[in-house]
Design a protein around this ligand. Structure first.
Ligand code: TXA
Ligand code: MG
Length: 344
């Protein structure tokens, strides 16, 4: 075994012991970093909510080493869910299924469904295999804020609140998993778009999936005003006069950022350019890093040109709308979390 492999095995052992004794371990997945705890322990799970400042009725995803563990966490798993698991696990797909009888209510926010997924990251899989049980893990960020895609971002977000951070480098996918509600096999619903898109899902399922929002309690991650940096985020569409827009905010004495594939129009000094370049996968990979950079650069108004709403572009545009406080459920009533600009 090489030194690196030995060091990693040692870290994984420590992390599994930490989980077994009720601790919090942040770990990399292919999507974003997770803040993990023993999913079978209500006390350990309670620590996740405290560390994130997340309301306790917001359900968590249970991460598994293998689809064969599904039976311990879910019941009445429909055939179509097995097909999806077989096609996409390990991978960035979360399935909502009827909750197994042993799953603590703390994990599911009292719902009778449970979210499960097998992540596609060697460190996550090594940890899951070593630990042996399910690991409940939300994204490793403070509630309502941008998900962490590096170990350093996890430490910035959660500091001393987490007992151990496994460092697996930057996440490959960069945005959270696609969530499919498969609890009713007659009506599959995409609750959160991700890099596994409607077309690929349809290919496995055989019919089109609904795209929907069951409401703020069932899937609060779909809430407007999520994934927000401190800057006020404003989406700029094709027809807008961006030069005039930038000038207007500058005239108010504000620091303006420009998140787009191309540099800001007009003078390059008019706004701080945060490039969202490359193909859609590359854009997803850097999206949250760019939102964090906007904060580090003290950007006060971030103008964003979202990518076209196709495939992965749809998932990116979804996160950007939420960062702008414009989710499709914006009318849901009082927001109980810091919104865009809430920290200014
Ligand atoms: O990529 C990911 O999914 C990352 C990595 C760490 O796995 N996790 C993640 O977790 O994004 P979190 O907690 O930030 O988002 C999970 C979403 C939340 O919006 C939650 O409301 C929803 O999943 N969810 C969990 N259980 C649910 C359930 N039973 N019914 C509906 N939605 C559920
Ligand atoms: Mg999250």
């Amino acid at each position: 075994m090489s030194d690196d492999a030995a060091r990693q095995a040692f870290q994984v052992d420590r992390a599994a012991e930490m989980l077994a004794s009720g601790g919090l371990v942040a770990f990399p997945t292919e999507t974003v970093y997770g803040l993990g705890a023993d999913a079978s322990s209500p006390a350990a799970v309670a620590r996740i909510f405290a560390a994130k400042g997340r309301p306790i009725d917001h359900p968590l995803i249970v991460h598994l080493a293998d689809a064969r563990q599904l039976g311990q966490w879910a019941r009445d798993v429909p055939a179509v869910a097995w097909r999806l698991a077989q096609a996409f696990w390990p991978g960035p797909l979360t399935l909502i299924l009827p909750r197994g009888h042993e799953v603590p209510a703390a994990v599911t926010g009292g719902l009778d469904t449970v979210a499960v997924r097998v992540p596609d990251h060697p460190l996550a899989l090594a940890l899951l295999a070593r630990f042996g049980g399910g690991i409940a893990a939300p994204s490793a960020n403070r509630y309502g804020r941008v998900s962490a895609t590096t170990a350093e971002h996890v430490r910035e977000e959660l500091g001393e609140q987490v007992d151990l951070v496994l460092d697996g480098g930057p996440c490959d996918v960069g945005i959270e998993s696609t969530i499919v509600d498969a609890s009713d096999p007659r009506r599959l619903v995409i609750l959160r778009p991700g890099v596994i898109g409607a077309t690929e899902l349809r290919r496995v399922v055989g019919t089109a999936l609904a795209s929907g929002d069951p409401g703020p309690v069932r899937c609060p991650g779909r809430k407007a005003s999520h994934y927000a940096p401190r800057a006020r985020v404003i989406l700029v569409s094709e027809g807008d006069d961006a030069v005039a827009g930038i000038a207007r905010w500058r005239a108010e004495g504000l620091r303006v950022g420009w998140l787009a594939s191309q540099p800001p129009p007009g003078s390059p000094e008019s706004a701080i350019w945060l490039p969202l370049a490359g193909n859609p996968s590359q854009q997803a990979r850097v999206l949250y890093r760019r939102l964090r950079q906007a904060d580090q650069l003290d950007v006060q108004v971030l103008l964003v040109v979202p990518p076209p709403e196709e495939g992965i572009g749809h998932a990116i545009a979804d996160r950007l709308r939420r960062a702008a406080g414009m989710g499709d459920d914006a009318g849901f009533g009082p927001l109980d979390e810091p919104g865009p600009g809430g920290h200014r």
